[in-house]
Design a protein around this ligand. Structure first.
Ligand code: ATP
Ligand code: MG
Length: 353
């Protein structure tokens, strides 16, 4: 997708991602990717275009990839981890359906990797309470949380994420825009650890996609927990129904103008991403067909793009024994990596080994 003069100025994170892209294709062996999702519901199109697609691309480039099912982090903004097993299995199906290859990529859940979680203790000593309280994504998640009181786990979420990324010395993290403040915390933890003890960790970079913040059917961030998402595994009819109910505006002339027309523009962007085309061009083609014409185009584009993914997902769902085995094997690999890193950390800190 090309940027035009109508687009907002390029942020430093976007520029850094572009530089990183170049280095990745020149020397994929130098990089290790860690990224993941919370098992709080079905993965959606925001995930696909925000991060999932990048994971598969990096895997196929030859970069070593770790994909995390962040099961403890479900509890940050929920009292209980509801329907956890079902959500974990759903995530695994989505990963396999989009092309994550368990022979090349390690898929694991962090509650099954004790040494990873132990990194949280030294890491917590490296950040101040004030720093944790300033994190804008934590503030936003608190605002949307279902809890009456904010738990300590919510505040320490970004530090836990530092443990998730650094246990395998991940140096590239393909994420959506909401994760940028968290990644800053990881960079700070890595830098401070290295300065205080010994050079153990890389300072990882975020890799943003062309859709770092896809909006949902209510024109706010598409999120599993906000009832505004279109799941990867949704059927064609359900997709049509959800898109039909999406927020638009009264202007029949369709344009791509994210700042002034967030609802219409996010639908245009969704169609453009599915078609691999420029959103301005897609909008111009729909022209005066109004919201109904726009929604027809989007529905067809989403259903066509998702059809093979949905078919593969249904196939994998026939063999849940294999799907669970993928996680067990990944956990074994992740444990070996985490134990080696924890040993290095304890040694650097002068702990009795
Ligand atoms: P929840 O509502 O439970 O927080 P979520 O939909 O925000 O769920 P997460 O598991 O928190 O999903 O995020 C997983 C990854 O997907 C992160 O890298 C995040 O940045 C990315 N992501 C989530 N939503 C979007 C979106 N709307 N657009 C682009 N990327 C997204
Ligand atoms: Mg989220």
């Amino acid at each position: 997708m090309t940027l035009t003069t109508d687009d907002p100025p390029v942020s430093p994170a976007v520029r850094r991602s572009a530089e990183l892209e170049q280095q990745l294709s020149l020397d994929p062996g130098r990089f290790r990717v860690l990224t993941g999702d919370r098992p709080t519901g079905a993965l959606h199109l925001g995930h696909y275009f925000g991060t999932l697609h990048n994971r598969v691309r990096l895997q196929d480039l030859g970069v070593e990839v770790f994909v995390l099912v962040a099961d403890y982090q479900v509890l940050t903004d929920r009292d209980v981890a509801e329907r956890l097993t079902e959500h974990v299995e759903g995530l695994l199906l989505d990963y396999l359906a989009i092309g994550i290859d368990p022979a090349r990529t390690t898929v694991f859940n962090h509650s099954a990797v004790p040494a990873l979680n132990q990194l949280l203790l030294p890491f917590l000593s490296l950040v101040s309470v004030a720093e944790l309280g300033r994190n804008p994504t934590v503030k936003d998640e608190i605002a949307h949380s279902r809890q009456s009181a904010v738990s300590g786990l919510m505040y320490t979420y970004p530090v836990h994420q530092a443990a998730d990324i650094l246990f395998c010395k991940g140096n590239v993290v393909p994420v959506g825009q909401d994760q940028l403040p968290h990644l800053e915390v990881t960079r700070t933890v890595a830098r401070r650890f290295n300065e205080r003890y010994a050079e153990v960790f890389p300072e990882p970079d975020a890799l943003l996609s062309a859709a770092p913040l896809l909006l949902g059917t209510d024109a706010t961030k598409m999120s599993k927990s906000r009832n505004n998402s279109i799941a990867l595994g949704a059927g064609a009819d359900e997709t049509a129904r959800l898109i039909k109910g999406a927020t638009t505006d009264a202007d029949r002339h369709i344009t791509y103008d994210p700042a002034r027309r967030p609802g219409v523009s996010s639908l245009v962007l969704l169609a453009a991403l599915c078609l691999g085309r420029d959103p301005h061009e897609v909008a111009a083609e729909i022209g005066n067909s109004g919201a109904a014409g726009l929604k027809r185009t989007v529905t067809e584009a989403v259903n066509t793009r998702m059809a093979p993914i949905r078919a593969r997902r249904a196939e994998y769902a026939q063999d849940m024994g294999y799907v669970r085995e993928v996680l067990r094997t990944g956990n074994e690999r992740a444990n070996a990596v985490a134990e080696a890193t924890l040993r290095e950390v304890r040694e650097a800190m002068g702990m009795f080994l």
